[in-house]
Design a protein around this ligand. Structure first.
Ligand SMILES: [Fe+2]
Length: 253
């Protein structure tokens, strides 16, 4: 276990060990298939911070990540860890972990017959989708601050509004880079279907509406988890979401 995990209290019952040796060759080959399906599109359409992070934390295309190895590379960069958990966490445990730079990470992997969709996050969504961005210092600071702000909130309405900030950044965030819309949200990075519809939609002019990121609009923007996104918010740089977390703290305190 990593040293900071010792400080977790609410999340402690959900912490597990990843039994990396127990993954079968078949499971590693599902990982490889998922990665090979995503990388050609991501090399062109993911933001450069995601692609840099993928290399920096040593993700491999052919084997399921060993979280201890990932953390050996990630922790010295930003202090973040991908910390194995048993499944969905209640909000207070989730925010406690983010505030401690521990990203709750599932260890199970979807099967070959559900490559595109899983009802709950798996290690592909969590590690392939989320963790590369945690190697970026500004994104890393943003995510911890987000967790700290939410950990102090008790009002349901305020938490719902903060949930929208998470959704339109961490899960479905896009950024303008090199004159194009590039992906950084895990729900896009890890989903071939969502990304392809977005990219084709941008090219055809019939995709989701892409608005400039604006904190107030994001906090008011309702969404449905089960549907393709109709609106996305594009940032110009990750400084913008870091500042948004600071502003949200002032507004919702
Ligand atoms: Fe996610």
């Amino acid at each position: 276990m990593n040293p900071q995990a010792a400080t977790l209290t609410v999340a402690e019952p959900y912490l597990i060990q990843q039994d990396w040796a127990a993954y079968t060759p078949g499971q590693h080959s599902v990982w490889a298939e998922l990665v090979h399906r995503r990388m050609p599109q991501l090399r062109e359409h993911a933001c450069r911070e995601y692609l840099d992070g993928f290399e920096q934390i040593g993700l491999r295309e052919d084997t399921i990540p060993n979280l201890a190895e990932v953390n050996k590379r990630l922790r010295p960069r930003t202090g973040w860890n991908a910390t194995p958990v048993s499944g969905f966490l209640p909000p207070d445990a989730f925010f406690e972990m983010l505030a401690a730079r521990q990203f709750p990470t599932t260890t199970w992997l979807r099967s070959r017959d559900s490559l595109e969709y899983t009802p709950e996050p798996d290690i592909f969504h969590d590690v392939f989708g989320h963790v590369p961005m945690h190697a970026h210092p500004v994104f890393a600071d943003f995510l911890q601050h987000y967790g700290k702000v939410c950990a102090r909130l008790t009002d349901k309405d305020k938490l719902e509004r903060m949930g929208r900030l998470f959704w339109f950044t961490v899960e479905f965030g896009v950024i303008r880079q090199d004159g194009q819309i590039k992906l950084y949200g895990s729900g896009l990075v890890s989903s071939h279907g969502e990304s392809t519809k977005l990219i084709e939609g941008i090219q055809s002019g019939h995709g989701p509406e892409i608005r400039d990121f604006n904190l107030d609009r994001v906090l008011d923007q309702q969404f449905l988890v089960s549907e393709m996104q109709k609106v996305l918010y594009a940032v110009e740089s990750f400084d913008q979401i870091y500042e948004a977390a600071q502003q949200a703290e002032e507004r919702l305190a």
